[in-house]
Design a protein around this ligand. Sequence first.
Ligand SMILES: C[S@@+](CC[C@H](N)C(=O)[O-])C[C@H]1O[C@@H](n2cnc3c(N)ncnc32)[C@H](O)[C@@H]1O
Length: 213
Amino acid sequence: MGLLKKLFGGEPRLTPELERRIRESFDRDSADEEHFPSTIDPRIQHVQLILRYLGDPGGRRVLDVGCGKGRFARVLKERYPDARVTAMDLSPAMLGYAPSALLRVAGTMTALPFADGAFDGAYATESLEHAVEIDKAVAEICRVVKPGGRIVVIDKNSEHWGRFKTPEWERWFRPKELERLLAKHCREVASQPISYWEDVAPDGLFVAWTAVR
Ligand SMILES: C[S@@+](CC[C@H](N)C(=O)[O-])C[C@H]1O[C@@H](n2cnc3c(N)ncnc32)[C@H](O)[C@@H]1O
């Protein structure tokens, strides 16, 4: 991939035109509750890992990057009403489904509208894969988390690419590839395969990356 990038002109760009197409696509998808649900069973391991790794967010500021309808942030806020949970997404229509108890912000994760160190922790679930400018998005997520704060990214493993139909901008990641990007800004970077249910072994599709800013 590194060599191909060099030969064929580098990282793809999130041009304003592509950003508009992605936003409009997710605005449309927001009506599809079956594939883009507004709630999640809190027992699902993706939720459990985020809760465990971020620790008690009571009274602290947490960012959900590419929150969609805010299904993860909803659980966080219900469990910890005094957590200050910000849900950000490119699609205003998706954000429209997120609970009003969250601070809802529209924007792109490639240029987050927050100050350096504005959050105690952040997570991104199945959203980095749509960022196109992946290095930039990872740098931004890390920038807005304060030193010592924790970061979780849950996304798909490129070794399983082809398993679903995907839009042309989507990218999945090799575990080491995203570890390397996170390690440019963070310490204690690690990754692990993750499944939905505790009693089902991971099949390798989903990976959870963790890092300390
Ligand atoms: C598959 S959905 C996942 C939503 C949510 N994280 C979840 O797990 O339910 C991907 C989300 O990423 C958002 N997204 C895509 N590109 C983005 C960008 N550049 N910045 C912020 N959000 C983005 C989409 O609008 C969409 O809501």
